[in-house]
Each structure stands twice: as C-alpha cells, then as structure tokens.
Write a protein that binds this ligand. Structure first.
Ligand code: ZN
Length: 61
C-alpha cells in the first residue's frame, strides 16, 4: 500500500476562490447601467462593478 497518496481535505481557500482571483486583480466586471454619468467630470462614463467583490471602476467614453 505504498502507493497511497495522502490527500488533504479542501481547505478554506477553496471557498474563497472567487475572491482570491479578485485579490490578484482578476475581477469579473459587469456594466452598471444605472450610473453612467460622472458629476465631477461632467461627462458620460461607463461604470463597472465586480460581481464578486463589488469593487468599482470607471471608464470614460
Ligand atoms: Zn472583484
């Protein structure tokens, strides 16, 4: 039985897989269509939010 490889149970890391991607900068961006005007810049922008961590980014058109 020397060829039995001991497997570790899935750790907590598995549960946070999505957020791990986010922490490495791989967000899942989705366009937020409700907010498309930047008051400060006074022009139309596209606002994205990450569906996993809710982080936002703004892209000028
Ligand atoms: Zn994210």
């Amino acid at each position: 039985m020397s060829d039995v490889i001991p497997f570790r149970k899935p750790s907590l890391k598995e549960k946070h897989k999505g957020n791990t991607l986010c922490r490495h900068g791989h967000h899942k961006w989705e366009v937020d269509k409700t907010k498309q005007f930047d008051v400060k810049q006074g022009k139309l922008v596209t606002i994205y939010h990450c569906v996993r961590c809710r982080k936002q980014k703004v892209m000028s058109i």
